[in-house]
Design a protein around this ligand. Sequence first.
Ligand code: MOS
Length: 733
Amino acid sequence: MTIEAVRLIGPGVDRVDGPLKVTGTATYPGDFSYPDMAHAVLVRATVAAGRIRGVRTAAAEGAPGVLAVITHRNAPHLNRGPDTPFWRQPPPPLQDDRILHFGQYVGVVVAETAEQAHAAGHLLDVDYEAAEPLLELDDPRAEVVTDPWGMDAHRGDVAAGLAAADSTVDAIYTTPDETNNPMGLFATVAVWDGDSLTVHDSSQWPEGVRATLAAAFGVPESGIRVLVPFVGGGFGAGLRVWPHVVLTALAARTIRRPVKLVLTRPEMFTGVGHRTRTIQRIRLGADRSGRLTALSHEARDSIAVEDDNFEPVATDSAWAYACPNADVQDVQARLNIPLPTSMRAPGQAQGNFALESAMDELSYAIGMDPLELRLRNYAEEQPQLGLPFSSKGLRACFEQGAERFGWSARDPRPGSMRDGSWQIGYGMAGVSFFWFQPPCQARASLRADGTALVGSAATDIGTGTYTVMTQLSAELLGLPLDQVQFSLGDTNLPSAAPEGGSGLTMALGSAVHSACRGVIQAFLDTVADDPASPLRGCRLEDVTAEDGRIQLSHGPARGEAYADILARHSLAELTADGSSAPPKPEDVGMVPAGAFAAQFAEVRVDPDLGLVRVARIVSAVDGGRILNEKTATSQIIGGTVGGIGMALLEETVTDPTGRIANATLGDYLVPVNADIPSLEVLFVGEPDRFNPIGVKGVGEVGLVGIAAAIANAVFHATGRRIRSLPITLDKLL
Ligand code: MOS
């Protein structure tokens, strides 16, 4: 059964956790404190490669309030976290004297107060034998990782397709390192009780934290509880379990007291991942009618030494357009860089910039409107697999987005549109976002007072999970919104998927659907032979839930309230576990579709100053069924702001020694309100067929096309093609 969105789904309700957040009573990881709690501070390597020659700890150990100083010389053996199908865990910290990247932890200082720990941290004297770090993507000495997960794709004959083309594009695009920078500084609080451990952590995946800490210390997972009721943003930074989390638990185990650790902003640049820089070559060929004859996307990005968090950049180009001949290939160079991670729209943010810039270049090469070129090459089915998509509303995105934007008013000639001294440009990009849905579980209970408790060990990183899962549960159980409480962020709850890859709403929503249907089934089972019940003998397919009762779909007068059934059977509650695991595409004859989008940007360029201002952006999105237009719109707007940052501002700068040179929010530029123009969002999708609630994830799609749309608009405004992000004024002068 699929839900019929009628009451609570759609236009949107306010965030159920909004009042807690605006009154400052939502508890973020760093807000938790315990009696007798001590504070840990990290000491980081000041070189990017080499060895620790010596460590002098006496001064730090003798400083006021210091309880412990832990370095590689006295740290115990720690095991690496287990491999998972999702994000891989970094190597454990403080295991030897090697330095693999700038900012690597070389010590932890634990003291009575955070201030004492910081002061003592400066007294830890580490002597390095520095080596020359590998820092450049194209350094021939760097070991190269080639397609470890088999995601490269090939079809047809690209060389023949290029040879047969009437027009071709062959260009190199680059994107810089970028840092996730959630506002909330990541924090961990660890409390041991024997071999049991309670942890508060800034995480998008509490179960990953539990599994990694259990492995690190060789203790059972069942004794570890990870609590993450709120996170101050993640953008991917919370997907992996970082060394500082392990070190906080180690500090607490060492001094046998609770320990809190809060990262500093500079530590957020080296300790919780980043989006890696890329060099990408795109080759396109098309015939005179604009049909693609060849598409080749080769991407190179970086990976840390001894890391295996592969993240493909080019792979989605294989299925973005109908083209008989395609090659996509990803390689990664091992460098002495801090460990990367997913950053909002992992891989695709970088890959789409290259592909959609190249499509724009091709449109000029053949003299065709950029939007028309996309429509000419529309992939009705998934071209790599030859199967239909579970849904695809990209054509509606193109058409309705163009209309809302006023694309038809665009003069196709570059440099032709002006407003006084400002050059005006219109640019656009298409987005075909990947699909990702890990298995997930949830539990639902209906209680004698008529309220429901639904929960899962998932997180809400600001995306609206609390809110949409409350709505969905209330809808499925036929209860008013305020009669449902949704719990998350606790590993004692049923096993949950990571909040990542735009997959949680599909995964968790499907599990909640299963659990809520299971509860209704439990009520039907309870009254199956109950002569007093009007529902006796009824099947799940025949009933709906409305107004706190179960009733026949085709005769709503026949039904009974949950509370009445529980009372008559002397039950306090009925509970059901639900789970979701997506089917294999082959088994259902379709390819599960992620979100699609078309994004349109108007920019204004001051040619004398090289200044680019974004005037407006329209995003038309196929996100399947939208559970809450208000929070979904916020997701697209937030993604768009991230895209504007990527296009014009963001760049993590590494100096020739491997040090991050701009590791503060004063030096690493992100958009502020004055950079953000009118952002319009329209949802054009239909319910998807691949999951029972018809949803697709919208957490990342809003970012993906923005950099290309802006770069394409800058070309239209100025005739200058900028293939290297960010588009700073020096590149336009
Ligand atoms: Mo997202 S980068 O998968 O949190």
